[in-house]
Design a binder for this molecule. Structure first.
Ligand code: DX5
Ligand code: ZN
Length: 216
């Protein structure tokens, strides 16, 4: 199980030490929530901050683009150090073109889907994907409650991927903590994103360890 702490829930007055702490605690990726105030009702940060974060860590950066017209920004985020990029299926007209572009740039390509978006919307793209990001909250804010109905979608995605022998990883994002990580893992997740579930706990090491052990 890979763990991707989402720095949206970190203390930005000491971002470097927050990132070092999760790095030392066994994080596998750093999850970056990019919000534009249009696709979601919140604004976070853009490529300039991603570039600074890239200089703070050796870990790969996973940029989750919750923005309209993400196609206009792939290149900027890649130049800034994003190793993984997911765009929302709800925002992109030519999905194949987006996947092709990201892969040509040697960036891992992911599609993110909102809780109310049916899995069938993405099935035909899964073969091409490096990862599928299944949202388990409505995007916009950290610290929300996990939506349990999403577990079924995770199971269906897992089944479809395994049945076809695809290599697409399943990433689950939103409201994940030590209490529900076991259920998410058993439903078939490969990567757990956690914001408050890591950064709003007292012991990051303990939090990441319990998320990692969630499959057992
Ligand atoms: C929600 C973001 C998530 C979220 C993670 O819009 O995509 O990455 O902030 O934070 P928690 O784990 O606190 O829900
Ligand atoms: Zn996210």
């Amino acid at each position: 199980m890979k763990i991707a702490p989402s720095i949206i829930a970190a203390d930005f007055t000491r971002l470097r030490s927050e990132i070092k702490k999760v790095e030392n605690a066994g994080a596998d990726l750093i999850h970056l929530d990019i919000m534009d105030g249009v696709f979601v009702p919140n604004i976070t940060f853009g490529p300039m901050i991603v570039e600074a974060i890239n200089r703070m860590t050796e870990l790969e950066l996973d940029a989750h683009l919750m923005i309209v017209n993400p196609e206009n920004y792939y290149e900027r985020f890649i130049e800034s150090g994003a190793d993984w990029i997911s765009f929302h299926i709800e925002t992109v007209a030519d999905v194949k073109k987006s996947i092709k572009f990201l892969k040509e740039k040697k960036c891992r390509a992911g599609i993110a889907i909102n809780p109310e978006t049916p899995l069938k919307k993405v099935l035909k793209f899964i073969e091409e994907l490096d990862y599928l990001l299944i949202m388990s909250v409505h995007p916009g804010f950290y610290g929300q409650k996990f939506i349990p109905e999403v577990l079924k979608k995770i199971e269906q995605a897992r089944e479809y991927i395994d049945k076809n022998n695809y290599k697409c990883l399943v990433q689950v994002d939103g409201g994940i903590n030590g209490d529900n990580a076991g259920r998410v893992a058993r439903s078939g997740a490969d990567i757990l994103v956690a914001g408050a579930g890591v950064f709003k706990t007292r012991d990051y090491k303990k939090a990441i360890r319990s998320l990692k052990c969630s499959r057992t």
